[in-house]
Design a protein around this ligand. Sequence first.
Ligand code: SF4
Length: 363
Amino acid sequence: MKAKAHHLKDAQKKTWRFSDLIGDPAVGARWEKVRRYFFLRESTYDMTNRCNIRCDGCYYFEGSKQFAHENKAPEDWRDLMKGEKARGITYVVLAGAEPSLVPDLCQVCFEEMPLGAIASNGLRPIPRSIDYKIHISVWGDDETSLSIRKAKDMLVRQIDNYQDDPRAVFVYTFTRENIDQIHGVMEVLARHGCKVTLNMFSSPVGYTGPLRHTPQSLAHARQTMLALISEYPENLLFSPYSAVAHTHIRGLHDLYSCSYPRMNSSTAIGLGRSFRQYRADLTWDRTAACCVPDTDCTDCRHYAAGSAVVTARLFRHASDPDTFRSWLDYVDTYLAVWVMGYEKGENLCDHMVAPPGHGLVDD
Ligand code: SF4
């Protein structure tokens, strides 16, 4: 214990060169594994303004994007994808409101852009010919789903549709009220061999309802996530640093400075220049563009936001071995969740590390 304390103290004092950080063979191998994906440049697309369920706290039905006129013409979508490719986009996220209602448009996107993910409630199977990752949203057990999503037997129907499907990742969103329900849900998903990742409810602008997190629920979610990582190493795609980043009392923007155009006025390089969030009518608006538009930025802890915001901060995390390993675990997790065929490795850092410039809980 004493030796570990000394080691930590030394790590804090020493200035590390990058070559030292990747000198450890396991760390060097992980760095090589993840950096092959640095070419990914994402944009997101609302495929339709319809959904077959209606969830409390859904950010899609906030703001004006829900009123965009739907463009249902496959050739317009094909042209859009060709244009996106031409301006350097390599990865698409098909979302809002429910892409499974327009499989023909998803198919066109896949034909033009082979890397991507679809956010779905999982109630309608998406044809296997669309080889994107499919993120299936789970908001608690079936009783909770019925009350906040107005849909019966969601988990059974989602598993029926996506068990044994290598595209599927179940995304469990912790609200203030459903944290303990993960244990039962996780047990069922693991029994069916499903892959799972964890998300935090992030309030839409103006939302003050019962799903919004409090300092107590953030702490509870963090402890629960850490326990699950040990309990379900085969099924859970997550890391201790993912738990820290997403349950911190400060949101992602406060911790890492969000790089999406909505919060980042710079168009010099990176997401500020390349990212667009298209509405169902194929228009986009720089001032509103991020992966979770109409989310309250001060409360943003969304897994999709973190995958870009935390990942972009390589240099801040290249400060000492534990911080760098934690960042690599985060990136490894994000790639396993978002990229077909990418397998998550073992976490390199098994304990919590504070975000650069912050404490584990608060400043
Ligand atoms: S909601 Fe999140 S991802 Fe979107 S601009 Fe705000 S901080 Fe960034």
